[in-house]
Ligand binder design. Sequence first.
Ligand code: MF3
Ligand code: CO
Length: 249
Amino acid sequence: MISIKNEQEIELMRKSGKITYDILMKLKDYIKPGMSTKQIDEYVHDYIVSHDAIPSFLGYEGYPASTCISINDMVVHGIPDDTKIKNGDIVSVDVGSIYKGYHSDSAYTYIVGKVDKKTEKFVNDTQKALYKGLSVIKSGVKLNEVCKAIESIAIENKYGVFDCLTGHGVGKDLHEDPYIPNISNYESEKIILKSGMTLAIEPMFSLGTNKVWLLPDEWGIVTRDGSKAAHFEHTILVTENGYEILTGE
Ligand code: MF3
Ligand code: CO
């Protein structure tokens, strides 16, 4: 069942989304080589709690931190620790906040210092895939149009896409129906978007394989071939004529 949010709920999700967005944008200047991922996590945690919100991820199915920080070949769910950020890393940070019971979920991949042209294009293309996916959203459209739009960028550039890692509905819970794969699929063909749905759209691509390993910590997910991965995510509201980004300007 895909929930439809009312105007009051949407307003709370806007507030939640703003907190999540603002801290992700602050990280553009905050993240520096030499810093540990734990330090970034603490910074995000403090920002969220000082804005009357709760970190969505902390304690979620036992997850031990407020962010997921995934460097280079790590795709998602990196647990912050003593690992130090280095010049030339690509660092994906995933953040969720709960404001008065409503979740927002967003991710951004930061380029630290200088990377090669191919990596830079890859990160930009992953972000482009997010906006291409969003561009087709409006009430009455099949969810699979979103999946196809995201996948088209991966196909065009021969990036890896992971069928086990998907976007999702979001709201009262961090993960609500429906699953939103980054690949064209039969299930999404049967789902029609309606205004009032709130969705987390999140392309995750690699520069190589579409296969991943789960790390022994049972959270971290890395590419099997060690190729770099990027991840961009927004929480959005489906509207009559389009969409509103709840984790954006
Ligand atoms: N945004 C992540 C996702 O949708 C949330 C991570 S869940 C956590 O999968 F448990 F790792 F926090
Ligand atoms: Co998500």
